[in-house]
Design a protein around this ligand. Sequence first.
Ligand SMILES: Nc1ncnc2c1ncn2[C@@H]1O[C@H](COP(=O)(O)OP(=O)(O)OP(=O)(O)O)[C@@H](O)[C@H]1O
Length: 310
Amino acid sequence: MSTSAAVEIESLVKCYGRVPAVDGLSLTIPSGTITSVLGPNGAGKTTTIECCEGYRRPDSGTVRVLGLDPQRDARRLRPRVGVMLQEGAGFYPGARGVELLSHLARLHATPLDVATLVEQLELGDTARTPMRRLSGGQRQRVALAAALVGRPELVFLDEPTAGLDPRMRRSVWDTLSELRAAGVTVVLCTHLIEEAERLADHVVIIHDGQQVAQGSPAELTEDDESTVRFNGRPRLDLASLRDALPEDASVQEVSPGTYVVATTVDPGVLATITSWCAAHDVMPEGLQVGRTSLEDVFIKLTGAEPGTGS
Ligand SMILES: Nc1ncnc2c1ncn2[C@@H]1O[C@H](COP(=O)(O)OP(=O)(O)OP(=O)(O)O)[C@@H](O)[C@H]1O
């Protein structure tokens, strides 16, 4: 991994009306990495990325992309950066994928060969069909090709595998790994923790418009904490369970009837949880002790299951 930064954001603020969507956010995306940007719905990921892409003007703070200002230096940045918007948005509905890609290729100095790209991304018939007749997943893949055709140094991908079937998702993962191997920096907004765990060298977690964690997956999960998960009735009174546990323990109902306790788990902690369950007539089904995963870190920092709202 190179140590230089492809993207550096310092104290970024961006409001819609008076409401801050991004609220003093700072982050660094190291060059040559796949960096996953995670956060609940509405956390401010897209707004942050759009400030990097030059689509939105920050209210305050600084954004540097490949050392340049995305607003002031937009013309210099455009040939060096690939962008894939959510759901492959923004394409002319009557155009076919190959036409779009050929057109985009002509705008770049050293584009990829369109036929080779179509083959690599297994676009086949998809690339010969008008965009309006494609499924959401097929449009996604054309949009990924469009982001890559100019041979960018840096790509911003907003949920590139949302709605893809498992085989296509893996194929996109392979493409992203190949990009990294070729030295391209990949910024990957995703709700899929598995995707981040598999691919990312660097992870940034955003919550309520702020960066709440950044580092390698190993760094983010390296503390001594582990978790106990169990299922029970929804809406248990967690305040009394928290009172019974060590002070640093956190207890969350991560989805109705699923509970996660994060702390240094020892036999005493386990006994406390099961005694509390017995006293509250709760059968802790599926009780499981595990090492802290990226998902646990995400839930602890944002209070939300991946793919849900903040
Ligand atoms: N054009 C807009 N006008 C007004 N409010 C907006 C606009 N775009 C986003 N917002 C609000 O700003 C906040 C952050 O939205 P943003 O799309 O950046 O979040 P996100 O983390 O990308 O969410 P998701 O994971 O759902 O895509 C949300 O509360 C959203 O409702």
